[in-house]
Write a protein that binds this ligand. Structure first.
Ligand code: AMP
Ligand code: ZN
Length: 522
């Protein structure tokens, strides 16, 4: 059995791997451009920041691909026995529509969303931010992402951001113009170390067309503070009314919660430049210390081989995928969505297809069948005994080996499917010891990959059956209700409507017949 670089024999004793042995956790570091063993600054305690979403709309499955990578880092770090302090923010101000240059420009995404058709439902931009933050957390939970230690919001950390900008001015890394305060890129000689965007000409070329403030000393300089007394979200600062630049929020919040030096910083590949490059420049100029040791970036998700976009009709939010509809749409198990996201390695571009999703619905049904026989508990005692137990535990170790080897999720899933097959082959005929081993395996695998049961939820045989058969129940009740109406049995029709409400389902009578959806879904 490989433990990172070491070879250690499989041992029959339970919990051996969680306690006595230090396991290597290796990950690709964008900064060093190589796979490295993670060595936390504080031994056995990982400090970790992951860039969260801009809450101007529902997060899409591409966003969630990046959040799932962060979740897997958290789970794998815990599985090797580390403590983790994990901060992931909510961006609710300052992220502008043109964000791929060092100095973002355009309109604030939040303000633009308020002016859109969807925005009409909200009284103001704060209302809109609150609504989509709530929806983010709902999706986060149904995809079984673990709660972060802290989820700070940019608008609630204005004091820290203003203090950081002032300090950069005091240290000579920033300057003020009539439009804002800018970070001076030439004051930080290693600017470009993360992205490789070090060639002055190349950088100047890319930004020349978008420079809006002619007082800027260098076109590459980026805004730390934008002066704007018309902005929908504005604060008073030493430089007048305005709002912070997008990059400074993550530096300020990461340092507020995790300290000057953190172990690991993550996000999607689009954040390498400019967002993370600028975060490094600001943070290291403030402290004179290295900001983050390891930088992890997730490649973009595409759908059916194309860039996800609303106009192509291939733009999916989590709720689009999982909400049951009556138009031929069965509810999709959210953990099948999660499993699909795990089926590609985070460092390779990922093609999300409905075919893969349906394949994973089948895998999930097999796991649910196992749970329906033996039950599930996060806190099951981990006891693997006998040949069967040891063979099952070995599949967990293979999954953990894969995850500690640069989050190799496809290999970890192969190990999960191997264990599933072993269990199914004897599901009808299990001894008590074997059932105990299976419960241990379900809990271990779930802790690592999160694809078996939403954490904190224990399941009995009945829970599982009723969860996965909601669609069937609803359809049966609707047929019965239709019959009751034909029979003019209004009492029975009302009873059925109440039964549907109790199932958490809302029914709409339309000219095409009754349609239904889960209450709270789209
Ligand atoms: P945003 O809401 O645009 O600030 O993005 C939140 C996170 O999702 C960032 O880490 C982005 O890099 C990431 N992200 C955005 N689109 C995708 C995509 N298609 N695939 C993977 N990650 C993405
Ligand atoms: Zn960020």
């Amino acid at each position: 059995m490989a433990f990172g670089n070491r070879k250690i024999p499989i041992h029959s004793c339970s919990n051996l791997y969680n306690t006595a042995l230090q396991r290597d956790f290796r990950i690709y570091n964008t900064l060093s451009r190589s796979v490295e063993s993670i060595l936390p600054i504080k031994e056995g305690h990982l400090s970790f920041y992951s860039c969260g979403p801009t809450v101007y709309s529902y997060a899409h499955i591409g966003n969630f691909r990046s959040f799932v990578t962060a979740d897997l880092i958290l789970r794998t770090a815990k599985a090797v026995g580390w403590k983790v302090t994990y901060a992931t923010n909510i961006t609710d101000v300052g992220h502008l529509t043109v964000d791929d240059f060092s100095d973002s420009s355009g309109e604030d995404k939040m303000a633009k969303a308020l002016r859109s058709k969807e925005g009409e439902a909200f009284a103001n931009v704060w209302d809109l931010a609150r609504y989509y933050s709530g929806k983010l957390i709902e999706d986060w939970q149904i995809l079984n992402l673990l709660e972060p230690t802290v989820r700070p919001r940019a608008t609630e950390h204005m004091r820290e951001q203003i203090a950081a900008v002032q300090s950069l001015l005091d240290k000579g890394h920033a300057y003020e113009t009539s439009q804002g305060v800018y970070f001076s890129v030439t004051s930080f000689p290693s600017y470009g170390q993360l992205s490789g965007n070090t060639l002055d000409n190349e950088l100047e070329q890319t930004v020349r067309n978008v420079v809006v403030d002619t007082e800027k000393r260098d076109p590459r300089d980026f805004a730390l503070w934008k002066k704007d007394d018309k902005h929908l979200m504005q604060w008073f600062s030493p430089w007048g009314w305005g709002f912070p630049g997008w990059h400074i929020e993550c530096s300020a919040m990461a340092m507020a919660y995790l300290g000057d030096e953190i172990d690991l910083h993550a996000g999607g590949e689009d954040l390498i430049f400019p967002h993370h490059e600028c975060e490094i420049a600001q943070s290291e100029s403030l402290t004179g210390k290295p900001f983050a040791k390891y930088w992890v970036h997730t490649r973009f998700l595409q759908v059916e081989g194309e860039k996800m976009s609303k106009s192509l009709g291939n733009f999916y939010t989590v709720r689009d995928l999982v909400a049951p509809t009556s138009e031929g749409g069965k509810e999709i198990d959210p953990l099948a969505v999660r499993m699909t996201l795990l089926s590609g390695h985070y460092r390779k571009p990922f093609n999300f297809t409905i075919k893969t999703l349906k394949g994973n619905v089948k895998h999930r049904e097999r796991l649910a069948e196992i749970v329906s026989v033996v039950g599930y508990s996060d806190s099951a005692n981990r006891i693997y005994e006998g040949d069967f137990g040891h063979a099952l535990q070995a599949t967990y170790h293979r999954a953990l080996d894969a995850m500690t080897d640069d989050l190799n999720t496809p290999t970890a899933l192969v190990a999960l499917f191997g264990g599933t097959k072993m269990i199914l082959s004897k599901l009808a005929n299990l001894t008590a010891t074997e059932q105990e081993a299976i419960r241990s395996w379900l809990a271990d695998m779930n802790e690592l990959l999160g694809v078996i049961q939403v954490s904190g939820k224990s399941a009995t045989v009945e829970d599982n059956r009723s969860d996965s058969s909601l669609g069937v129940k609803v359809e049966a009740l609707l047929v019965e209700r239709q019959q009751a109406r034909v029979d003019k049995n209004w009492g029975r029709a009302d009873e059925i409507r109440k039964a549907l409400t109790d199932l958490g389902v809302e029914v709409m009578d339309t000219p095409e017949g009754a349609k239904w959806k889960k209450i709270g879904s789209l």
